[in-house]
Design a protein around this ligand. Sequence first.
Ligand code: ATP
Ligand code: MG
Length: 521
Amino acid sequence: MTITASASPPPETDVRPPGTLEIRNICKAFPNVQALDNVSLDIRPGEVLAFVGENGAGKSTLLKIINGDYQPDSGTLTLDGQQLSFSSPYAAHKAGIRVIYQEPEIVPGVDVAENIWIGELPQRGGFVDRRRLYEQVQKGLEEYGFADILPVHLMGDELSPAQRQLVEIMRALKEGVRVLALDEPTSSLTDEEVDRLFTLVRRLRDEGVAIIYVSHRIKEILELCDRVAVLRDGRLIAVRPASELDNNEIVRLMVGREISDIFQRRRNDTGREVLRVENLNSYWHSNVNFHINAGEVVGFAGLVGAGRSELAKVIFGEMPKISGRVIINGKEVDISHPEEAINNGIGFAPEDRKREGLVLIRSVLENASIAILKQLSRFTFVNQHRERSVVSGFIEKLQVRTPSVEQEVSKLSGGNQQKVVLARWLAAKPKVLILDEPTRGIDVGAKAEIYRLIDDLANEGLGIMFISSELPEILGLSDRIYVMQNGRITGELSAAEATEEAVLALAMADQLTATASRSEN
Ligand SMILES: Nc1ncnc2c1ncn2[C@@H]1O[C@H](COP(=O)(O)OP(=O)(O)OP(=O)(O)O)[C@@H](O)[C@H]1O
Ligand SMILES: [Mg+2]
């Protein structure tokens, strides 16, 4: 018997299937922040790898390096033994690597097919071959089962967030993507859209694409991902198979400590009514009636599209109402502009922070103090010292990661931008505070902090209108809950009556009635 040298297999780390993206010793610093500190990691074909970490941990920065948006200070990326060096996203896409951001770039004035083929429309004798274009796009959409939700002729500016993401994914598929990364892809999708996205991700995984999935929703990560990579302060803390992890363990790895008592409710008795809405009708709403008392957190539950954000905007004077009364502190008001809402003591932190909440090129300090300038200024100039101390207090409370309050908001991580929007309204101390999805994109540690702040504010006598699509936080925090569907309030539940089943039954009241009447026929 002969023993050959090849009898013992090489160490496992040396066997990398083709299509593995090798990330080695990546460092990236911004002024005052080490965003990535020596990160090394393999992403294998046929797996979904999650990146998790607190706001500002470095997840998006790593994706931007993979996508060629940023150059690393040091370190390498290797695919199939070839060292990659991207000068632009275009170069990364050509190499089969693509990152899908939350807000994909869509050209408003052209349709879906042209958006998918942007930059390289099929030509024929110098003209765009439109027939071929639509045939190919239609074929691709049918193959992946999306022809029904992404009509090829729909224009770019008519697309929903889910459709925008699909366009970007189709761009990637058209180029034969091998490494696909998704940065918080589900935050503005309906449950059904999330299901379909997951089906697509699983299919691509099975076809051998290497997939990176970034999310703060641990439930989704456990459901979808094969391995989980945890980043903390720019360092890779752990990479584990998802099957060995549960919710608490992921949280512990992310924040480095246990988080207990996520929800606290220490409400005093509620006070007088601060907001009453009677028979409100608008383009989106029919006959909406509700009220909020001082010291109360009132949850607004419903499925995406039920009309909750629009209701907030109508009350805040950002969208018109057709009829109905809005009464604040016992006095009927006529609000047709946000400034009038603010003057009447209403604060509103909208869900879409980029478009509505923040002036990205201004500093954290300026953004957070926009709503309190009135209170801070004596005569006409702003008392800068007070401004800074009030804002800094909230920046600290919310653990906003920023080198200073002078930092430009566009340079903060997504979750930290959200916290600046909140800091602004918390600092303004309104009578009624409308919070629309205040914890979207926010990490677990900071979420607990925001829940505590909401509880504190209610204790101080604010009335809070709390819109959220996350049932656990609605149930955990609210004193009363209104459930909406199709622009109407379908029911009201006290904290004691509210269960997930009860809320969902009201949120889908129409469908249930429709099914019932169908089965009667
Ligand atoms: N262009 C930039 N200029 C300066 N600092 C930046 C820039 N981009 C990111 N940073 C900083 O780098 C750090 C990492 O940010 P990154 O966006 O990668 O975090 P993240 O993990 O994606 O967080 P989130 O969950 O909030 O999206 C943060 O401290 C952020 O403020
Ligand atoms: Mg991010």
